[in-house]
Design a protein around this ligand. Structure first.
Ligand code: G4P
Length: 529
C-alpha cells in the first residue's frame, strides 16, 4: 500500500505545456502564470525575448538562447493546493521535434489563441500531436485588450478547424478599449477588468449574479447587452463536461489578456480543478504503469546538449511515471540493461536549476550524462519494460548535407547518427545513391547540427537544397509486399539513423499517389523509439 504522503504528492501534481502559434502570447502567459505561482517577484523576466533573437548561426547567441531555454525548460510552482509543472515548448526559431515530444510528456495542454487572429497553422499542427494521446486541452483566448473577432465565431472556428467541442467558462464583456471583464458562466459572477495591473496580482473585483443591479451601475449599457449575449451563448454552446474534457473531446474556454494579467488566474483555477493528475503510461508489455505504483519508473523525452565544446555534458529530461526519486538512488536503464546511480538530478524551480532531494510522478528531472542516455529511454527499479508513446515525428524540412573534405564521410555519418539518436535531427540515407539527407521539424536545427558536427566530430559540412516534401516510415504485414515495394519504389526509399525503411516524397501529391498505389504498405507519420 502506497502511503498517504506519497499519494498526496501525486494527487496535487498537474503537468502541462502550452501550445500556440508564435506571437499568440505564450511567453507572456508563462510570465503571468509564474507570477501567480509566486515564482517571480515581477512578471516579465522569464526570458529576454529580445536577447533570444539570434542572428542565425551566431554561436554565442545560440549558446545563450539554449542556456536560457534549459532553465526555462521546466518550471515548477505551487498554485492553491496544487503543484504545477509547466513544460516549455520551444516556439519561434527554436521550434523543433522537441516541441512535439514534450507534448507526449504532459497530462494536459493549454492552447493559447490570439483573439484577433483565431486558429493559426502552428496550433493546428500541435493539436494533431496532442491527439496521439487524446490530451485534455484548456483554451485561452488572448489579447482581449485589443479588438478581437466575434467570440462565437472564434469558438466555431476552434470547433470546426481543430475538431474539438468548446465550452466557454468565461465570456468577454467587450474588447479593445471597451474591454470590461468577463462573466464566469459556472460561478455566475462578473469579474471586472482594470487596466494597468499587468505586473501585479490583482484582487478580483467581482459582481455576483447576472441580475444584480450593481452590474448596471458598473457596466452601464453593457450590462443588458451581456445578459442578452449570455442567453444566446448558453443556448448556442456546449456545457462543460469533465468526462469529455478528460477524453480530449471538449475544451473549456477562457477569455482574457495575458499582457493585462487578466483571466490567467481563472484559467489556472480550471487547470488545477480539472486537469488530470499524473496519468498512467503504456508500456511494451501491454500493461500500463500507474503513478501510485511504488517502484520508480520514468522515460526520457528530450536531451539538451551543451553548445559549448568545453562542456560536452548533456541533460536528459525524464518524466517520472511512478514511484519516488530520491537523491543518490539507483535506477535501471532498460536499453543498456544497466544500473546507474543518480546523485545529482536537476529540478526546475522556475528560473533556477536546482538539485533535488526527491521528486514524484508528474515531475521532470534532469539527468547529466555524456551521451549514454537517448530519447525514449526507460528507467525502472529493475524491471525490463519500456514505455511507449515517445515517437520520432516525420520531419518537415529537408536538406542534403555535403562534406567540405570528402575523406571524412565516416565521421560525418557517425556524427549524424549520434545526433539523430539525441533527437536533434534525423538523417536519411537513400537506397539508390550516396546522398545524406538531414530532416528537421524546425529550421534552427540545421544550424545546430553543423555547429555540433564541427565542434564534436571535427567535420566541416554544408547544406544543399533538396526537393523533398515529407518522409514516412513504412511497414507492412506482408514481408513479400514490402520486398516488392522496396524494389519498385527504390528511388524514393531511404534508411533513417536507426536503419528503418523510410519513404522520401518529393511532393505531397507523390505521397498520396504512393499510398494509393501500394495499399498493403502502411505509411507512418511517427516512429516509436
Ligand atoms: P509568444 O511567446 O507566443 O511568441 O508571444 P509573446 O508572449 O512573446 O507575445 C507576443 C507579442 O504579443 C508581444 O509583443 C506581447 O507583448 C504581446 N502580447 C501578449 N499578450 C498580449 C495581450 O494580452 N494583449 C496585447 N495587446 N499584447 C499581448 P511584442 O511587441 O512582440 O513584444 P514585446 O516588445 O512586448 O516583448
Amino acid at each position: 500500500m502506497a502511503n498517504a504522503d506519497f499519494l498526496n504528492q501525486i494527487n496535487k501534481r498537474r503537468t502541462f505545456a502550452i501550445i500556440s502559434h508564435p506571437d499568440a502570447g505564450k511567453t507572456t502567459i508563462t510570465e503571468k502564470v509564474l507570477l501567480h505561482g509566486q515564482r517571480l517577484q515581477k512578471a516579465g523576466t522569464v526570458k529576454g525575448k529580445k536577447s533570444g533573437q539570434h542572428a542565425k548561426s551566431d554561436w554565442m547567441e545560440m549558446e545563450k538562447e539554449r542556456g536560457i531555454s534549459v532553465t526555462t525548460s521546466v518550471m515548477q510552482f505551487p498554485y492553491h493546493d496544487a503543484l504545477v509543472n509547466l513544460l516549455d515548448t520551444p516556439g519561434h526559431e527554436d521550434f523543433s521535434e522537441d516541441t512535439y515530444r514534450t507534448l507526449t510528456a504532459v497530462d494536459s495542454c493549454l492552447m493559447v489563441i490570439d483573439g484577433a487572429k483565431g486558429v493559426e497553422d502552428r496550433t493546428i499542427k500541435l493539436m494533431e500531436v496532442t491527439r496521439l494521446r487524446d490530451t485534455p486541452i484548456i483554451t485561452f483566448m488572448n489579447k482581449l485588450d485589443r479588438d478581437i473577432r466575434d467570440p462565437l465565431e472564434l469558438l466555431d472556428e476552434v470547433e470546426s478547424v481543430l475538431n474539438i467541442m468548446c465550452a466557454p467558462i468565461t465570456w468577454p464583456i467587450g474588447s479593445g478599449k471597451n474591454f470590461k471583464g468577463v462573466y464566469h458562466l459556472l460561478n455566475d459572477e462578473v469579474i471586472l477588468y482594470k487596466t494597468g495591473q499587468g505586473h501585479r496580482i490583482q484582487e478580483r473585483e467581482v459582481v455576483k449574479g447576472l441580475d444584480n443591479p450593481e452590474l448596471d451601475a458598473k457596466l452601464g449599457g453593457y450590462a443588458d447587452e451581456l445578459r442578452e449575449q449570455i442567453e444566446l451563448v448558453q443556448g448556442a454552446s456546449n456545457e462543460f463536461d469533465l468526462e469529455m474534457f478528460l477524453a480530449g473531446e471538449l475544451t473549456p474556454v477562457y477569455f482574457g489578456t495575458a499582457l493585462g494579467n487578466f483571466g490567467v488566474d481563472h484559467m489556472l483555477d480550471g487547470l488545477v480543478d480539472w486537469a488530470p493528475k499524473p496519468l498512467p503510461r503504456e508500456t511494451d508489455t501491454g500493461e500500463a504503469v500507474v503513478a501510485a505504483r511504488e517502484e520508480f519508473s520514468g522515460f526520457v523525452f528530450k536531451i539538451q546538449a551543451n553548445m559549448d565544446p568545453k562542456h560536452r555534458d548533456r541533460v536528459a529530461f525524464m518524466r517520472i511515471v511512478s514511484g519516488k526519486y530520491q537523491k543518490g538512488m539507483k535506477m535501471h536503464q532498460v536499453r543498456l540493461a544497466k544500473g546507474v546511480r543518480i546523485a545529482d538530478a536537476l529540478t526546475f524551480l522556475a528560473g533556477d536549476r536546482e538539485h533535488v532531494e526527491e521528486a514524484y510522478p508528474g515531475d521532470i528531472i534532469g539527468l547529466h550524462n555524456h551521451g549514454t542516455i537517448q530519447i525514449g529511454d526507460t528507467f525502472t527499479a529493475g524491471e525490463k519494460f519500456k514505455f511507449s508513446g515517445i515517437p520520432n515525428f516525420a520531419p518537415e524540412l529537408f536538406r542534403r548535407i555535403r562534406l567540405k573534405d570528402p575523406l571524412k564521410q565516416k565521421q560525418l555519418l557517425k556524427g549524424l547518427v549520434q545526433l539523430s539518436e539525441e533527437g536533434a535531427v534525423q538523417v536519411f540515407r537513400p537506397l539508390a545513391n550516396n546522398d545524406l539527407i538531414v530532416g528537421a521539424v524546425g529550421v534552427l536545427q540545421f544550424d545546430v547540427v553543423v555547429h555540433r558536427l564541427k565542434s564534436e566530430y571535427n567535420v566541416d559540412a554544408v547544406y544543399e537544397n533538396i526537393n523533398v516534401a515529407t518522409a514516412r516510415w513504412v511497414s507492412s504485414d506482408s514481408e513479400q509486399k514490402l520486398d516488392e515495394f522496396r524494389r519498385k519504389a527504390e528511388v524514393n526509399l531511404a534508411l533513417d539513423g536507426g536503419d528503418n525503411l523510410t519513404y522520401i516524397a518529393p511532393t505531397m501529391v507523390n505521397l498520396n499517389l504512393a499510398t494509393e498505389r501500394y495499399p498493403d504498405i502502411d505509411f507512418h507519420h511517427t516512429r516509436e523509439h
